[in-house]
Design a protein around this ligand. Structure first.
Ligand SMILES: CC(C)(COP(=O)(O)OP(=O)(O)OC[C@H]1O[C@@H](n2cnc3c(N)ncnc32)[C@H](O)[C@@H]1OP(=O)(O)O)[C@@H](O)C(=O)NCCC(=O)NCCS
Length: 244
């Protein structure tokens, strides 16, 4: 993280050895260069990647200076926004209710996540213990972690909202629905319920970042179905391996 006059002006995060998350104030390009240099120093000669929004010309220029090239590969993501003044009422879905989780529900909440996110060929690693750790990590708030509950009391769909109190933004991430309960509008409805709670806590803008490419179109349909509209898209950049 780089600061100027105590304001944060750039940061780079080594999310993994070969992936950098990056944020640069357009008025502090040298700080952006320094943040990228920090990441490349740790990475050595391996190929590394990052993403920027297609509106962030200053980040494109900084990545170009550091030897990154745009990479035309799937997947890419489209940021979507929703003015929470226009948020719909929470849709009714017969047989289900919506509520936030309680702090002692890491077990059932993680089971709901695993059931939604275990595709054929891969199982989610989100255990109850991992979910307990998440619940203890700010800015997680259990009152912004919303679930759909069926008549048997099972948690069958979920939407976690992350509130940026400074900017009034409520990020929706992730949303899931257990396979047997899909196609009934639960993912959209539980997202609206969570966003309504965030709005009541002061959020003004909802944000979500689904895939924008054709490889996985359902989540974008869910979010556009509750009023989100598309904004900028991500572009992936690679700094190729320096090994011959
Ligand atoms: C994506 C997911 C959350 C959708 O849950 P859901 O409760 O079935 O979604 P909804 O019933 O609210 O569907 C909303 C829209 O998506 C459409 N949709 C849902 N499943 C679909 C499918 N398999 N194929 C095509 N369209 C589909 C619905 O028809 C509806 O569109 P419409 O309003 O235009 O008719 C669910 O499939 C899931 O958990 N997938 C795995 C996790 C994931 O990818 N999460 C999203 C990224 S964070």
């Amino acid at each position: 993280m780089l600061t100027r006059d105590e304001d944060l002006v750039a940061w780079a995060w080594a999310e993994s050895e070969d992936w950098m998350e990056l944020c640069v104030d357009p008025a502090a390009l040298d700080a952006g260069d320094a943040a990228i240099a920090w990441f490349l120093e740790r990475a050595g000669s391996s190929a590394v990647r990052t993403m920027a929004l297609d509106t962030e010309e200053h980040v494109f220029a900084a990545l170009d200076r550091a030897g990154f090239l745009p990479e035309d590969e799937m997947p890419w993501f489209t940021h979507h926004y929703l003015d929470l003044e226009n948020l719909l009422p929470v849709p009714e879905v017969a047989g289900y209710t919506f509520r936030h989780v309680d702090p002692d529900e890491a077990g059932p909440r993680s089971a709901c996540h695993r059931a939604a996110w275990s595709q054929p060929g891969g199982t989610s690693k989100v255990t109850a213990a991992a979910y307990e750790r998440l619940m203890r990590t700010p800015p997680y708030r259990h009152d912004l972690d919303w679930v759909a509950v069926d008549e048997a009391g099972e948690l069958v769909a979920s939407a976690t909202i992350w509130l940026d109190e400074t900017n009034g933004v409520a990020l929706v991430e992730p949303v899931g629905c257990v396979p047997d309960h899909r196609g009934r509008g639960l993912a959209g409805a539980v997202s609206v319920a969570g966003l309504a709670a965030a709005r009541d806590l002061g959020a003004r803008l909802g944000m979500v970042c689904p895939r924008g490419d054709d490889g996985y179109p359902v989540p974008m349909r869910v979010y556009q179905g509750i009023g989100f509209t598309p904004g900028p898209r991500t572009v992936t950049f690679v700094r190729p391996s320096l090994e011959a």
